[in-house]
Design a protein around this ligand. Structure first.
Ligand code: URA
Length: 226
């Protein structure tokens, strides 16, 4: 096919040259003919993140945290950005909040090792664990969007205000956002509280459990073809 494209391109150019100038020039084939678009991969995205200097978060990072888990996951969990432990290890949700998140997932038959992928809106740690700034989110979001296009999760669980607002496309606090199912480019999305918030405020356990139960039920429906 590639050969056919370049032969066709040459034929068109040669005909055009011959009609216009009565002779044939030696034109270079344009990149779009020579280079076929490679399919995007998680590895390619991770390599680009590793070299990324698009925002100030690159200056203080020890490691980038692209994400971890399985392809075509049942659930993609999206947090806000790496904390200190994640920055040290280059893996998402490996600190106290992450261990708590793993328990939530386990309670509804999910795990980052078998049927989930875990990522973040920003891939480098915001200093002192501050919120990522809008320009940092804008710089980093295309990586997550490409990851989602490759992963093709059946469901998205956003934890915390930032990832929920960004992916549900709604400007509201998590207390107002949670309790219903949204759609990210046709993928159902349930927002819930961030595990760090629940560790600080145990009264949030009940609404989180309600959200997780609903996620499990809706996921089962999808897997059973509705
Ligand atoms: N909090 C997040 O939002 N993401 C992590 O990876 C860790 C803590």
């Amino acid at each position: 096919m590639e050969n056919f494209d370049s032969e066709l391109w040459k034929l068109i150019n040669n005909t055009e040259d011959y009609i216009k100038y009565g002779s044939i020039s030696d034109r270079k084939l344009p990149d779009m003919v020579l280079k076929k678009e490679e399919p995007d991969t998680l590895e390619a995205i991770a390599a680009q993140i590793a070299g990324c200097r698009k925002c100030r978060l690159c200056e203080k990072r020890r490691n980038v945290v692209p994400g971890m888990g399985v392809l075509n996951p049942d659930v993609l969990v999206v947090g806000e950005g790496p904390g200190g432990d994640e920055d040290m290890q280059g893996q998402p949700f490996v600190g106290r909040a992450g261990q708590y998140l793993d328990k939530w997932l386990d309670a509804i038959g999910l795990s980052r090792h078998t049927n989930c992928y875990i990522g973040n809106v920003v891939k480098c740690r915001p200093p002192m664990n501050r919120d990522p700034q809008p320009d940092e989110i804008d710089s980093c979001l295309p990586y997550l969007e490409r990851q989602i296009a490759i992963l093709k999760p059946k469901f998205i669980l956003t934890v915390g205000r930032i990832s929920s607002a960004v992916l549900a496309g709604q400007e509201a606090g998590i207390g107002r956002l949670r309790g219903r199912t949204y759609s990210y480019k046709g993928i159902p999305l349930i927002p819930t509280y961030h595990p760090s918030a629940v560790l600080r405020d145990p009264t949030l356990r009940k609404p989180v459990w309600d959200d997780l139960r609903r996620l499990k039920a809706e996921l089962e429906e999808i897997k059973n073809g509705r």
